[in-house]
Ligand binder design. Structure first.
Ligand SMILES: Cc1cc2nc3c(=O)[nH]c(=O)nc-3n(C[C@H](O)[C@H](O)[C@H](O)COP(=O)(O)O)c2cc1C
Length: 369
Protein backbone atom coordinates (compact mmCIF):
# COMPACT_ATOMS: atom_id res chain seq x y z
CA UNK A 1 0.00 0.00 0.00
CA UNK A 2 1.20 3.53 -0.83
CA UNK A 3 2.40 5.21 2.34
CA UNK A 4 1.69 8.81 1.31
CA UNK A 5 -1.76 9.79 2.60
CA UNK A 6 -2.48 11.80 -0.55
CA UNK A 7 -2.03 8.71 -2.70
CA UNK A 8 -4.30 6.43 -0.72
CA UNK A 9 -7.69 5.70 -2.19
CA UNK A 10 -10.75 7.26 -0.59
CA UNK A 11 -14.08 5.54 -0.16
CA UNK A 12 -17.20 6.99 1.38
CA UNK A 13 -20.89 6.39 0.84
CA UNK A 14 -20.69 8.95 -1.96
CA UNK A 15 -17.19 8.80 -3.36
CA UNK A 16 -14.89 6.11 -4.66
CA UNK A 17 -11.63 7.87 -5.46
CA UNK A 18 -8.33 6.31 -6.52
CA UNK A 19 -6.39 8.92 -4.53
CA UNK A 20 -6.99 12.01 -2.39
CA UNK A 21 -5.49 14.51 -4.80
CA UNK A 22 -8.19 16.77 -6.26
CA UNK A 23 -7.84 19.24 -9.10
CA UNK A 24 -9.38 22.46 -7.75
CA UNK A 25 -11.74 24.55 -9.88
CA UNK A 26 -9.96 27.10 -12.05
CA UNK A 27 -11.34 29.60 -14.50
CA UNK A 28 -9.15 29.48 -17.61
CA UNK A 29 -11.28 31.59 -19.99
CA UNK A 30 -10.71 29.30 -22.98
CA UNK A 31 -14.35 29.10 -24.16
CA UNK A 32 -13.58 31.79 -26.73
CA UNK A 33 -16.51 30.99 -29.00
CA UNK A 34 -19.93 32.59 -29.50
CA UNK A 35 -21.73 29.79 -27.66
CA UNK A 36 -19.39 29.80 -24.66
CA UNK A 37 -19.09 26.06 -24.90
CA UNK A 38 -16.14 23.80 -24.09
CA UNK A 39 -14.60 21.72 -26.86
CA UNK A 40 -12.96 18.30 -27.04
CA UNK A 41 -9.75 19.84 -28.47
CA UNK A 42 -9.21 22.36 -25.69
CA UNK A 43 -11.11 21.68 -22.47
CA UNK A 44 -11.46 17.94 -23.24
CA UNK A 45 -7.73 17.56 -23.78
CA UNK A 46 -6.84 19.74 -20.76
CA UNK A 47 -8.99 17.84 -18.27
CA UNK A 48 -8.15 14.40 -19.72
CA UNK A 49 -4.45 15.21 -19.29
CA UNK A 50 -5.19 15.64 -15.57
CA UNK A 51 -7.42 12.57 -15.15
CA UNK A 52 -5.07 10.78 -12.76
CA UNK A 53 -6.37 13.11 -10.03
CA UNK A 54 -8.74 11.35 -7.65
CA UNK A 55 -11.30 13.94 -8.68
CA UNK A 56 -11.38 16.91 -11.06
CA UNK A 57 -13.59 19.90 -10.35
CA UNK A 58 -14.06 22.04 -13.44
CA UNK A 59 -13.74 25.76 -13.73
CA UNK A 60 -16.70 27.82 -12.56
CA UNK A 61 -19.41 27.48 -15.22
CA UNK A 62 -22.22 29.99 -15.38
CA UNK A 63 -25.72 28.67 -14.75
CA UNK A 64 -27.36 31.35 -16.92
CA UNK A 65 -26.58 34.42 -19.02
CA UNK A 66 -27.16 36.50 -15.89
CA UNK A 67 -24.60 34.52 -13.91
CA UNK A 68 -21.59 35.33 -16.09
CA UNK A 69 -18.91 37.73 -14.95
CA UNK A 70 -15.67 36.84 -16.69
CA UNK A 71 -14.67 36.75 -20.31
CA UNK A 72 -14.87 33.44 -22.21
CA UNK A 73 -16.01 31.27 -19.30
CA UNK A 74 -18.09 28.25 -20.30
CA UNK A 75 -21.76 27.90 -19.43
CA UNK A 76 -24.00 24.95 -18.59
CA UNK A 77 -27.34 26.42 -19.60
CA UNK A 78 -27.66 25.74 -23.36
CA UNK A 79 -27.83 22.54 -25.40
CA UNK A 80 -24.64 23.50 -27.26
CA UNK A 81 -22.84 23.81 -23.93
CA UNK A 82 -24.20 20.45 -22.75
CA UNK A 83 -22.96 18.85 -25.98
CA UNK A 84 -19.55 20.49 -25.49
CA UNK A 85 -19.28 19.24 -21.92
CA UNK A 86 -20.26 15.71 -23.07
CA UNK A 87 -17.05 15.57 -25.08
CA UNK A 88 -15.10 16.62 -21.97
CA UNK A 89 -16.64 14.10 -19.56
CA UNK A 90 -16.22 11.34 -22.17
CA UNK A 91 -12.50 12.01 -22.53
CA UNK A 92 -11.97 12.18 -18.76
CA UNK A 93 -13.90 8.95 -18.23
CA UNK A 94 -11.91 7.22 -20.97
CA UNK A 95 -8.82 8.07 -18.91
CA UNK A 96 -10.53 6.59 -15.81
CA UNK A 97 -10.96 10.00 -14.20
CA UNK A 98 -13.87 11.47 -12.26
CA UNK A 99 -15.18 14.98 -12.86
CA UNK A 100 -17.61 17.34 -11.12
CA UNK A 101 -18.69 20.65 -12.64
CA UNK A 102 -18.62 23.85 -10.59
CA UNK A 103 -21.91 25.77 -10.85
CA UNK A 104 -21.31 29.52 -10.74
CA UNK A 105 -23.11 32.83 -10.42
CA UNK A 106 -20.84 35.81 -9.82
CA UNK A 107 -23.57 38.20 -8.63
CA UNK A 108 -22.22 41.72 -8.18
CA UNK A 109 -18.76 40.81 -9.51
CA UNK A 110 -20.25 41.00 -13.00
CA UNK A 111 -20.50 44.13 -15.14
CA UNK A 112 -23.18 45.75 -17.35
CA UNK A 113 -20.96 45.01 -20.38
CA UNK A 114 -21.99 41.35 -20.05
CA UNK A 115 -25.70 42.19 -19.85
CA UNK A 116 -26.42 44.71 -22.64
CA UNK A 117 -26.01 47.53 -20.17
CA UNK A 118 -28.30 46.03 -17.49
CA UNK A 119 -27.02 45.97 -13.92
CA UNK A 120 -25.67 42.74 -12.45
CA UNK A 121 -27.72 41.09 -9.69
CA UNK A 122 -26.82 40.90 -6.00
CA UNK A 123 -28.55 40.56 -2.62
CA UNK A 124 -28.26 44.32 -2.06
CA UNK A 125 -27.35 47.39 -4.09
CA UNK A 126 -23.80 47.64 -2.70
CA UNK A 127 -20.83 48.11 -5.00
CA UNK A 128 -18.00 45.69 -4.08
CA UNK A 129 -15.53 48.42 -5.20
CA UNK A 130 -13.53 45.81 -7.04
CA UNK A 131 -12.67 45.10 -10.67
CA UNK A 132 -14.57 43.04 -13.18
CA UNK A 133 -12.78 41.18 -16.00
CA UNK A 134 -14.83 42.23 -19.06
CA UNK A 135 -14.31 41.57 -22.78
CA UNK A 136 -12.58 44.98 -22.89
CA UNK A 137 -10.26 44.26 -19.97
CA UNK A 138 -10.57 45.14 -16.29
CA UNK A 139 -13.27 47.68 -15.39
CA UNK A 140 -14.49 49.03 -12.07
CA UNK A 141 -17.49 47.20 -10.68
CA UNK A 142 -20.80 49.06 -10.43
CA UNK A 143 -23.59 49.27 -7.87
CA UNK A 144 -25.65 46.14 -8.64
CA UNK A 145 -29.41 45.71 -8.64
CA UNK A 146 -30.84 44.24 -5.43
CA UNK A 147 -32.56 41.00 -6.39
CA UNK A 148 -36.32 40.91 -6.16
CA UNK A 149 -38.04 37.80 -4.84
CA UNK A 150 -38.78 36.92 -8.47
CA UNK A 151 -35.06 37.27 -9.33
CA UNK A 152 -34.21 34.93 -6.45
CA UNK A 153 -36.76 32.31 -7.50
CA UNK A 154 -35.58 32.47 -11.11
CA UNK A 155 -31.95 32.06 -10.03
CA UNK A 156 -32.81 29.04 -7.88
CA UNK A 157 -34.44 27.54 -10.95
CA UNK A 158 -31.37 28.37 -13.06
CA UNK A 159 -29.17 26.37 -10.66
CA UNK A 160 -31.60 23.48 -10.76
CA UNK A 161 -31.66 23.45 -14.57
CA UNK A 162 -27.88 23.74 -14.74
CA UNK A 163 -27.49 20.79 -12.35
CA UNK A 164 -29.86 18.74 -14.49
CA UNK A 165 -27.87 19.73 -17.58
CA UNK A 166 -24.70 18.61 -15.82
CA UNK A 167 -26.15 15.13 -15.35
CA UNK A 168 -27.10 15.03 -19.04
CA UNK A 169 -23.55 16.08 -19.90
CA UNK A 170 -22.18 13.05 -18.03
CA UNK A 171 -20.66 14.68 -14.97
CA UNK A 172 -20.10 12.57 -11.86
CA UNK A 173 -21.47 15.40 -9.75
CA UNK A 174 -21.81 19.14 -9.25
CA UNK A 175 -20.11 21.58 -6.91
CA UNK A 176 -22.04 24.67 -5.83
CA UNK A 177 -19.68 27.63 -5.98
CA UNK A 178 -20.78 29.19 -2.68
CA UNK A 179 -17.34 30.69 -2.14
CA UNK A 180 -14.86 33.44 -2.95
CA UNK A 181 -17.12 36.47 -2.74
CA UNK A 182 -19.59 35.43 -5.45
CA UNK A 183 -23.38 35.39 -5.25
CA UNK A 184 -23.93 32.98 -2.34
CA UNK A 185 -21.10 34.50 -0.35
CA UNK A 186 -22.67 37.92 -0.98
CA UNK A 187 -25.85 36.63 0.67
CA UNK A 188 -23.93 35.13 3.62
CA UNK A 189 -22.01 38.26 4.62
CA UNK A 190 -23.69 41.18 6.35
CA UNK A 191 -21.54 43.75 4.56
CA UNK A 192 -22.97 42.70 1.18
CA UNK A 193 -26.45 41.70 2.35
CA UNK A 194 -28.58 44.33 4.09
CA UNK A 195 -31.92 42.92 2.97
CA UNK A 196 -34.87 43.20 5.30
CA UNK A 197 -36.89 40.31 3.85
CA UNK A 198 -36.51 36.59 4.61
CA UNK A 199 -33.15 36.55 2.76
CA UNK A 200 -31.43 39.10 5.00
CA UNK A 201 -30.88 39.91 8.66
CA UNK A 202 -30.44 36.76 10.75
CA UNK A 203 -27.96 34.01 9.94
CA UNK A 204 -30.83 31.74 9.04
CA UNK A 205 -32.15 34.32 6.59
CA UNK A 206 -28.78 35.10 4.98
CA UNK A 207 -28.18 31.39 4.33
CA UNK A 208 -31.73 30.69 3.12
CA UNK A 209 -30.91 31.30 -0.57
CA UNK A 210 -28.08 28.74 -0.47
CA UNK A 211 -30.24 26.07 1.16
CA UNK A 212 -33.11 26.75 -1.24
CA UNK A 213 -30.73 26.26 -4.17
CA UNK A 214 -29.36 23.08 -2.58
CA UNK A 215 -32.87 21.72 -2.07
CA UNK A 216 -33.76 22.55 -5.68
CA UNK A 217 -30.64 20.81 -6.99
CA UNK A 218 -31.43 17.78 -4.84
CA UNK A 219 -34.63 17.28 -6.82
CA UNK A 220 -32.54 16.57 -9.95
CA UNK A 221 -29.19 15.29 -8.61
CA UNK A 222 -28.79 12.84 -5.71
CA UNK A 223 -27.26 14.52 -2.66
CA UNK A 224 -24.23 12.22 -2.73
CA UNK A 225 -23.29 13.79 -6.09
CA UNK A 226 -23.38 17.36 -4.76
CA UNK A 227 -20.49 19.27 -3.21
CA UNK A 228 -20.35 22.82 -1.90
CA UNK A 229 -17.42 25.20 -1.62
CA UNK A 230 -16.81 27.80 1.12
CA UNK A 231 -14.09 30.30 1.94
CA UNK A 232 -15.04 31.35 5.50
CA UNK A 233 -12.09 33.67 6.20
CA UNK A 234 -12.11 35.50 2.86
CA UNK A 235 -11.42 39.13 3.63
CA UNK A 236 -10.50 42.06 1.43
CA UNK A 237 -10.96 40.06 -1.79
CA UNK A 238 -13.72 40.86 -4.32
CA UNK A 239 -15.26 43.31 -1.89
CA UNK A 240 -15.74 40.66 0.81
CA UNK A 241 -15.42 41.96 4.35
CA UNK A 242 -15.64 39.79 7.46
CA UNK A 243 -17.26 40.80 10.71
CA UNK A 244 -17.98 39.06 14.00
CA UNK A 245 -20.94 37.18 12.52
CA UNK A 246 -19.05 35.76 9.53
CA UNK A 247 -17.54 32.66 11.15
CA UNK A 248 -20.73 31.86 13.11
CA UNK A 249 -22.56 32.03 9.76
CA UNK A 250 -20.25 29.43 8.22
CA UNK A 251 -20.43 27.29 11.37
CA UNK A 252 -24.21 27.33 11.03
CA UNK A 253 -24.08 26.36 7.34
CA UNK A 254 -21.54 23.59 7.78
CA UNK A 255 -23.23 22.12 10.85
CA UNK A 256 -26.55 22.16 8.99
CA UNK A 257 -24.98 20.42 5.98
CA UNK A 258 -24.39 17.33 8.15
CA UNK A 259 -28.02 16.49 7.52
CA UNK A 260 -27.71 16.79 3.72
CA UNK A 261 -25.47 13.80 3.02
CA UNK A 262 -23.37 15.62 0.42
CA UNK A 263 -20.43 14.20 -1.57
CA UNK A 264 -18.16 16.64 0.26
CA UNK A 265 -17.65 20.16 1.48
CA UNK A 266 -14.71 21.99 -0.06
CA UNK A 267 -13.11 24.60 2.18
CA UNK A 268 -10.34 27.09 1.51
CA UNK A 269 -7.73 28.29 3.94
CA UNK A 270 -7.64 32.13 4.02
CA UNK A 271 -6.46 33.72 0.76
CA UNK A 272 -4.86 36.62 2.64
CA UNK A 273 -3.18 37.12 6.01
CA UNK A 274 -6.07 37.40 8.48
CA UNK A 275 -4.05 36.84 11.65
CA UNK A 276 -4.76 40.42 12.78
CA UNK A 277 -8.53 40.10 12.38
CA UNK A 278 -10.02 39.13 15.76
CA UNK A 279 -13.06 37.48 14.17
CA UNK A 280 -11.24 35.46 11.50
CA UNK A 281 -10.23 31.80 11.73
CA UNK A 282 -6.69 31.23 10.53
CA UNK A 283 -6.76 27.40 10.34
CA UNK A 284 -9.92 26.55 8.49
CA UNK A 285 -9.64 22.76 8.19
CA UNK A 286 -8.74 22.40 11.86
CA UNK A 287 -11.62 24.65 12.94
CA UNK A 288 -14.33 23.06 10.84
CA UNK A 289 -13.24 19.39 11.01
CA UNK A 290 -14.98 18.75 14.37
CA UNK A 291 -18.15 20.43 13.06
CA UNK A 292 -18.54 18.49 9.82
CA UNK A 293 -19.08 14.73 9.93
CA UNK A 294 -18.87 14.03 6.18
CA UNK A 295 -16.05 14.30 3.64
CA UNK A 296 -13.96 17.42 4.07
CA UNK A 297 -11.81 18.67 1.20
CA UNK A 298 -9.30 21.42 1.95
CA UNK A 299 -7.57 23.85 -0.42
CA UNK A 300 -5.25 26.78 -0.47
CA UNK A 301 -1.46 26.85 -0.74
CA UNK A 302 -0.91 23.13 -0.21
CA UNK A 303 1.99 21.12 -1.63
CA UNK A 304 2.89 17.46 -1.40
CA UNK A 305 4.28 17.71 2.12
CA UNK A 306 1.60 19.89 3.69
CA UNK A 307 -1.11 17.98 1.81
CA UNK A 308 0.04 14.68 3.27
CA UNK A 309 0.40 16.28 6.70
CA UNK A 310 -3.11 17.70 6.90
CA UNK A 311 -4.64 14.32 6.07
CA UNK A 312 -2.38 12.57 8.55
CA UNK A 313 -3.37 15.08 11.23
CA UNK A 314 -6.98 14.07 10.62
CA UNK A 315 -8.07 17.58 9.61
CA UNK A 316 -9.08 16.75 6.03
CA UNK A 317 -9.96 13.74 3.90
CA UNK A 318 -9.04 15.22 0.51
CA UNK A 319 -6.76 18.05 -0.63
CA UNK A 320 -7.37 20.13 -3.73
CA UNK A 321 -4.59 21.77 -5.69
CA UNK A 322 -5.18 24.63 -8.11
CA UNK A 323 -2.10 26.37 -9.48
CA UNK A 324 0.03 23.22 -9.23
CA UNK A 325 -2.46 21.57 -11.58
CA UNK A 326 -1.99 24.27 -14.19
CA UNK A 327 1.63 23.34 -14.72
CA UNK A 328 1.69 19.69 -13.61
CA UNK A 329 -0.84 17.57 -15.49
CA UNK A 330 0.74 14.49 -13.92
CA UNK A 331 0.75 15.87 -10.38
CA UNK A 332 -0.23 12.52 -8.85
CA UNK A 333 2.54 10.66 -10.66
CA UNK A 334 5.05 13.35 -9.67
CA UNK A 335 4.02 12.99 -6.02
CA UNK A 336 4.34 9.21 -6.29
CA UNK A 337 7.77 9.34 -7.91
CA UNK A 338 8.93 12.35 -5.85
CA UNK A 339 9.61 14.25 -9.06
CA UNK A 340 10.00 18.02 -8.75
CA UNK A 341 6.92 20.04 -9.67
CA UNK A 342 6.97 22.66 -12.45
CA UNK A 343 6.12 26.34 -11.94
CA UNK A 344 3.07 27.89 -13.55
CA UNK A 345 3.09 30.92 -15.81
CA UNK A 346 0.48 33.40 -14.61
CA UNK A 347 0.62 35.34 -17.87
CA UNK A 348 -1.29 32.52 -19.58
CA UNK A 349 -3.85 31.82 -16.85
CA UNK A 350 -6.67 33.43 -18.86
CA UNK A 351 -5.36 33.76 -22.43
CA UNK A 352 -7.15 31.99 -25.29
CA UNK A 353 -5.93 28.81 -26.95
CA UNK A 354 -3.67 25.92 -26.02
CA UNK A 355 -0.65 27.95 -24.93
CA UNK A 356 -0.17 27.69 -21.16
CA UNK A 357 -3.15 25.33 -21.10
CA UNK A 358 -2.60 21.97 -22.77
CA UNK A 359 1.11 22.32 -23.48
CA UNK A 360 2.59 21.74 -20.02
CA UNK A 361 4.57 18.50 -20.38
CA UNK A 362 4.38 15.49 -18.14
CA UNK A 363 7.58 14.60 -16.33
CA UNK A 364 6.53 11.02 -15.86
CA UNK A 365 5.81 8.46 -18.55
CA UNK A 366 3.07 6.33 -17.04
CA UNK A 367 0.20 8.16 -18.73
CA UNK A 368 -0.96 9.06 -22.19
CA UNK A 369 -1.29 12.71 -23.02
C1 LIG B 1 -6.31 30.91 -12.58
C2 LIG B 1 -7.20 30.65 -11.40
C3 LIG B 1 -8.57 30.54 -11.59
C4 LIG B 1 -9.42 30.23 -10.52
N1 LIG B 1 -10.76 30.04 -10.76
C5 LIG B 1 -11.55 29.56 -9.78
C6 LIG B 1 -12.89 29.16 -10.06
O1 LIG B 1 -13.38 29.21 -11.20
N2 LIG B 1 -13.63 28.69 -9.01
C7 LIG B 1 -13.13 28.61 -7.75
O2 LIG B 1 -13.85 28.19 -6.84
N3 LIG B 1 -11.87 28.98 -7.46
C8 LIG B 1 -11.06 29.42 -8.45
N4 LIG B 1 -9.75 29.72 -8.18
C9 LIG B 1 -9.22 29.50 -6.82
C10 LIG B 1 -8.55 28.14 -6.70
O3 LIG B 1 -9.48 27.07 -6.84
C11 LIG B 1 -7.83 27.98 -5.35
O4 LIG B 1 -8.75 28.17 -4.32
C12 LIG B 1 -6.65 28.94 -5.16
O5 LIG B 1 -5.86 29.03 -6.34
C13 LIG B 1 -5.75 28.49 -4.01
O6 LIG B 1 -5.31 27.17 -4.22
P1 LIG B 1 -3.79 26.83 -4.68
O7 LIG B 1 -2.89 27.44 -3.64
O8 LIG B 1 -3.70 25.32 -4.72
O9 LIG B 1 -3.56 27.47 -6.03
C14 LIG B 1 -8.89 30.07 -9.22
C15 LIG B 1 -7.51 30.22 -9.04
C16 LIG B 1 -6.67 30.48 -10.10
C17 LIG B 1 -5.19 30.58 -9.86
Amino acid sequence: MEEQSLLQSYHSKALDLKNRVVMAPMTRSRAANDEKKPTAELQGRYYAQRASAGLIITEGSQVSEEAVGYVNTPGIHTQAQIEGWKTVTKKVHEEKGKIFIQLWHVGRMSHPDFHDGELPLAPSAINPEAESYTPDGFKDTVTPKAMTTADIKRTIDDFKKAAKNAMEAGFDGVEIHSSNGYLFHQFFNRTSNVRTDEYGGSIENRTRFFFEVLDAIKTVVPSHKIGARFNPSLHGVFGTTMDEETIPTFEYIIEKLNAHDLAYIHLSEPFTDVSDLPFAVTEIAKHFRPIYKGTLMINGGFDQQSGNAIIEAGNADLVSFAKLYISNPDLVERFAAHVEVADWDKDTFYTPGPEGYTDYPKATTTQNS
